[in-house]
Design a protein around this ligand. Sequence first.
Ligand code: NDP
Ligand code: CA
Length: 317
Amino acid sequence: DRPLHFHRDFVHMTDRNGNSAPCSPIRVMQWNILAQALGVGVDNFARCPLEALGWSRRRSLILEEILTYRPHILCMQEVDHFYDTFQPVLAGLGYGSHFCPKPWSPCLNVEGNTGPDGCALFFDESRFELLDSVNLRLSAMMIPTNQVAVVTTLRCRSTGRCVCVAVTHLKARSGWEWLRSAEGSDLLWHLENLVQTPVGDDSGVKVPLLICGDFNAIPAEEVYRRFAASPLGLDSAYKKLSPDGLTEPKYTTWKIRATGESCSTLDYIWYTKDSLRVDAVLDMPSEEQIGPNRLPSFHYPSDHLSLVCDFSFKEKE
Ligand code: NDP
Ligand code: CA
């Protein structure tokens, strides 16, 4: 039988001199944790028993996953237990946090919901000092949408360097590719403005970016191409797992609904390639580990897998 937890290894990158990572990288986790209200009320996972979806069980598995990797920066989507669970529990572990609920969360249509779901950003206060945080409602052609982002600027206490972190969850489902693209462009526009003016720095050097999201878009979609081609100089960290370093993983979400099986790559960690280096990437569980009933399951609380990477600042030129 499969073990209760997926065993996943970090794949370490080596630089041109064959040296591996420096001492204290910044660990970043991106995870759509599956809103409790959506999981039990909307998703209709065909092969996941309802008992596996109980909140007390899922709450434990989600917190265990976070504690297993202990990220310095944690970005989550579909958070509908921020105020009663994640904010207080993670505050007790030394994390500061920001939450932006969706304006019209689909959770609110589910009986017994615990409020709107949204994007949440947590940071380790012993590692980072908060400089600024904004909640954004993303627009498409000037019209506000139901999608949001949290953008937080932090200063690393050990190096003194700043980093701007964004978490977002773009519009779901096929047929909405144009909306995801417009929302992504709006986020990029905001980020271009936000990284222009580093606090207490007049060197003109832009603040490095980390953008974590459930983009609901496969790599072939326009929004992905817009991020890859952005003047911000972004790259997607999980490509580093592939042998050629250019290919996204085969999946970041894998589920079976009544409508069929869905296995695709929708989640990304983007980073500024000129100023940040990827030191390590947590590998994806294999098809065998995930199992024939896919996700979520008794072994894993969400239909999306967590993405975890270690970054360090590149030396200034
Ligand atoms: P999205 O289409 O972006 O999806 C919302 C959630 O549904 C996501 O978390 C997504 O998960 C999940 N989802 C995607 N596909 C499926 C599926 N096949 N089955 C079950 N869940 C799925 O939603 P919007 O943000 O555009 O919000 C839509 C809802 O919001 C409406 O249903 C309505 O209830 C409400 N709304 C109400 C308005 C009002 O005026 N009252 C206005 C606007 C919205 P994932 O990302 O993991 O795929
Ligand atoms: Ca979902």
